[in-house]
Design a protein around this ligand. Structure first.
Ligand code: DGP
Length: 122
């Protein structure tokens, strides 16, 4: 599948500094910032700086360096937010059925309250 990246998406604008964000962590290849519409007391988004649409695009085509940086950034945010003890949820929506709103790879780190079961039953 070809992944068409739209460089006008909101996270691309954040990466270019065109709109502000509440940064939690910045590394060479990744950026973590607070979700504008938090769904839990702790809700951080972690994105790669590269132009990747979704997780599978990234996992299939990013360099090893980018992947290591990104995964380590997620781990570092978990540590910074202190979520290990009570737990957290990591979500990465991809495409239509998952209702991905912003077409730049992001994982949500959600924590700070009981999060319920993974999915509502259809
Ligand atoms: P998703 O549905 O997985 O694509 O989630 C996109 C998330 O992005 C959603 O939780 C709200 C968040 N979001 C949308 N616009 C902005 C923005 O301008 N700034 C920040 N920090 N978050 C945003």
């Amino acid at each position: 599948m070809a992944y068409a990246y739209d460089d006008q998406n909101i996270f691309a604008k954040i990466l270019r500094g065109e709109i502000p964000n509440s940064t939690v962590l910045e590394t060479e290849h990744s950026l973590a910032f607070r979700d504008l519409y938090p769904q839990a007391p702790k809700h951080v988004l972690v994105i790669p700086k590269g132009a990747y649409v979704c997780f599978d695009h990234f996992a299939q085509t990013a360099s090893d360096t980018e992947i290591v940086d990104y995964v380590r950034a997620v781990g570092e945010v978990c540590k910074m937010e202190g979520v290990e003890e009570d737990g957290f949820r990591l979500i990465s929506n991809a495409g239509r059925d998952a209702v991905q709103e912003v077409p730049h790879l992001h994982v949500h780190i959600l924590a700070g309250r009981p999060l319920g079961r993974m999915l509502e039953r259809a």
